[in-house]
Design a binder for this molecule. Structure first.
Ligand code: C2E
Ligand code: MG
Ligand code: MG
Length: 702
């Protein structure tokens, strides 16, 4: 140690030694910086960074050695062998490449092993460099110092790269120190190993030349190493900037720049987990009403602008405890942490208030409202998904009841909503899978008992609930907007099935009010008839008065067009709705169907019988046949027959079924008195709805 210190102090130009150490430090820092890029890169770019880091480290080591050699004041003449000098640079470079590649592998031992190889390269460079240093004298080497210098180089470099297996700032600083120490220790211990016995005084290179060479080398090295370090810095910055941008894109809504669903759920989960955070939290769901109108009237760009304006307005009501996110479409959500319930009340009031003022946009002014649902951790649990679902259900209730004030989740009220929504979701799947089938209920003439036709009644086979009656799912389909698709399927299915019947009885299809309002209805009916080959006279459509009331003009137009095609029109469920004489007079009905609930009264209520009589007379006057629905008892049949109804439908003559009624049986039942038997013919099934093969013609009884 003393010999090394004496060697530096007595035999070196200390200014150039300082310059060498400066290069060593700068170069080590650059090498560490480049090494971090190697570890972060993969594929071809990793190889590129390995080579760049190796070149930088090798140049730094070589320049340190070269400048330190220039600092050495040899008493004998000195010359440098250019080939060996160059070879020393190439030697360290060749070993630094595999060394760095090895050190950058993600194993616990690879850092030290890679560093050891690089340390070997540094020692090799030094001694090849010393071989290039030709002194006019006798050079003797002390083997102990040589061994110590190699051990120091390998050991310290191994420690430096081992330290880099962790990428903390402290580990990087430690690595820079160790690497610089490895290079300097090798060099000066190696120099202490050399003893020159002077044969001739003087020097080959003048001091001035040495200084000039040293400074030039130092500057050139700094430029090379500096460029490499800067490229590492730029790459690191670009990568972290791209990462930041990607994260911003992944976690934020592109339109409003609000956090998106992923980010919202992450934040909600984080808040729920935070120890010692606010014990109370509210999850708020917002659904915009009337937003669709803006989109439909002014276009999607206008809708987008409105959403951006709304997001900006929502941003102004937030404090550090609240967060608003856009979950998608016109659905927003907020999470609010609070300790005083008043804070929540104020927050919800501000949220509702955000929708009071209309939005003034360039071309228009939009007034939108929000339905707000709230779930609270204190009563609704601390599970993020469950809280969101509960807030959503409460919001759905606010929407169904058209409430502008926030609705808080209520298990009793909202579980029914949940069941409804589940059924709607199942209905969508059923539509895709066509999990429905048509049943037919016979209608017969009074008094002959001749079959006059059938009413088609849809059935849904639910995978877990079994047979779901139409009275339950038709209103659901109307609510979810799926009714037109279902109605089209039913219409086509009935036409195709009826076209295969061996008889020519008419078939009646129930038409939902929304389908009557569909402008493509006429086209749909025409296509169903043409595709199935069913004669238009065999099809009739049943509709209730509620279908007509909504848009009377359109309803009249559509019905007239259908009538012109030869299709029959029946007014269903007469007697329970408006029962308007005006409707009967103005619309082209062929048949009035008296509702079953009304028929149920006639056995005990004289007034009901009088009304029945009036309706039958009205039918006669307006040239419309009157069919009594829900006839279960022979007594009911007797009354409706006596009062002038022209046809019946009911369990007495046949329940809705996949098979058609036997005409003989029907006639017999109609004529039997006083205890007719309900006959239900049950031939083999005609297959499921998924199976598009329809029953063969000889299956149906004539
Ligand atoms: P609706 O059009 O008035 O159909 C008559 C309903 O009365 C049928 O119920 C039928 O099964 C039932 N019914 C017939 N005879 C008797 C009887 O003697 N006693 C009793 N208690 N009931 C009887 P279903 O099939 O459950 O249908 C209920 C309602 O669902 C239908 O009333 C109709 O409004 C609607 N619907 C059924 N199928 C369809 C369809 O394919 N499309 C549309 N849009 N609505 C349908
Ligand atoms: Mg009907
Ligand atoms: Mg009816």
């Amino acid at each position: 140690m003393t010999s090394v210190a004496l060697c530096i102090a007595r035999e070196h130009d200390l200014r150039l030694v300082a310059l060498a150490l400066l290069i060593c430090l700068i170069g080590s820092a650059a090498s560490v910086q480049l090494f971090s890029r190697v570890r972060a890169a993969s594929g071809h770019s990793r190889l590129g960074w390995v080579i760049l880091a190796a070149v930088s480290a090798a140049t730094m080591v070589w320049a340190t050695h070269f400048v330190a050699m220039m600092a050495y004041r040899a008493t004998a003449p000195v010359v440098l062998d250019p080939l060996l000098t160059l070879a020393s640079l190439l030697a360290v470079m060749c070993l630094a490449i595999p060394g760095i590649a090895l050190a950058a592998r993600h194993c616990s031992w690879s850092g030290a092993l890679g560093g050891f190889v690089i340390g070997g390269g540094i020692a090799l460079m030094h001694y090849i460099g010393m071989a290039a240093y030709r002194v006019d004298g006798i050079v003797a080497w002390d083997g102990r110092y040589i061994a110590a210098s190699v051990a120091l180089s390998c050991g310290l470099t191994a420690a430096a790269f081992h330290s880099l297996t962790s990428s903390t700032r402290a580990a990087n600083i430690r690595a820079v120190g160790l690497l610089s120490l490895a290079v300097a220790a090798l060099h000066f211990t190696g120099m202490a190993a050399m003893h020159i016995t002077v044969l001739k005084l003087g020097s080959g290179l003048s001091d001035l030349t040495m200084e000039a060479l040293a400074v030039t080398t130092a500057v050139a090295t700094c430029i090379i190493v500096g460029c490499a370090a800067i490229s590492a810095l730029i790459d690191g910055h670009t990568q972290s900037e791209s990462y930041r941008r990607l994260r911003q894109m992944a976690m934020h809504d592109g339109l409003t720049d609000l956090p998106n669903r992923t980010s919202f759920i992450e934040e909600l989960e984080r808040r729920l987990l935070v120890e010692g955070g606010y014990p109370r939290m509210a999850v708020v769901m917002l659904d915009l009403s009337r937003f669709k109108v803006v989109n439909d009237t002014y276009g999607h760009q206008a809708g987008d602008r409105l959403l951006v304006a709304l997001a900006a307005r929502l941003g102004t009501i937030l404090d550090d405890r609240a967060l608003v996110a856009r979950l998608g479409g016109d659905e927003f959500a907020a999470v609010m942490s609070y300790d005083d319930p008043d804070h929540l009340t104020h927050f919800l009031a501000r949220l509702s208030h955000a929708f009071v003022e209309p939005f003034e946009l360039d071309r228009f002014t939009a007034s939108i409202r929000a339905n707000i649902g709230v779930a609270l951790t204190i009563c609704d649990g601390r599970d993020a998904d469950a809280l969101l679902a509960k807030a959503d259900l409460a919001m759905y209730r606010a929407k169904s009841a058209h409430l502008s004030q926030p609705c808080f989740y209520d298990p009793q009220m909202d579980d029914a909503v949940r069941e409804r929504r589940e059924l709607i979701a199942d209905l969508r799947h059923a539509l895709d899978a066509a999990a429905f089938e048509m049943h037919y209920q016979v209608q017969a003439a009074i008094p002959s008992g001749d079959i006059t036709g059938y009413e088609a009644l849809v059935r849904w086979h639910h995978p877990t609930r079994g047979m779901v009656p139409p009275g339950l799912f038709i209103p659901l389909a109307e609510e979810s907007g799926d009714i037109v698709a279902l109605s089209i399927w039913i219409l086509r299915r009935v036409c195709f099935e009826a076209a295969l019947w061996p008889n020519t009885h008419p078939v009646a299809v129930n038409l939902s009010p929304m389908h009557l309002a569909d402008p493509r209805l006429i086209e749909t009916v025409r296509a169903a008839l043409a595709d199935s080959g069913l004669a238009p006279e065999r099809l009739s459509l049943e509709l209730t008065e509620s279908a007509i009331i909504h848009d009377r003009r359109l309803a009249l137009e559509q019905l007239k067009a259908l009538k012109a095609m030869g299709i029959g029109i029946a007014l269903d469920d007469f007697g329970v709705g408006y029962s308007s004489l005006d409707v009967l007079r103005s619309f082209p009905f062929d048949r009035i169907k008296l509702d079953a609930s009304f028929v149920a009264e006639i056995e005990h209520d004289e007034q009901a019988v009088s009304i029945l009589r009036s309706v039958a007379t009205l039918g006669l006057t307006l040239n419309m046949s009157v069919l009594a629905e829900g006839i279960e008892e022979p007594a009911q049949l007797a009354i409706v027959a006596r009062e002038g109804c022209s046809a019946i439908q009911g369990y007495l003559i046949g329940k809705p079924s996949r098979s058609l009624a036997d005409p003989e049986q029907t006639r017999k039942i109609m004529s039997l008195k006083p205890h007719p038997v309900v006959v239900h013919v049950d031939p083999p099934s005609v297959g499921t709805m998924k199976d598009d093969r329809l029953p063969s013609a000889n299956f149906w009884p004539t």
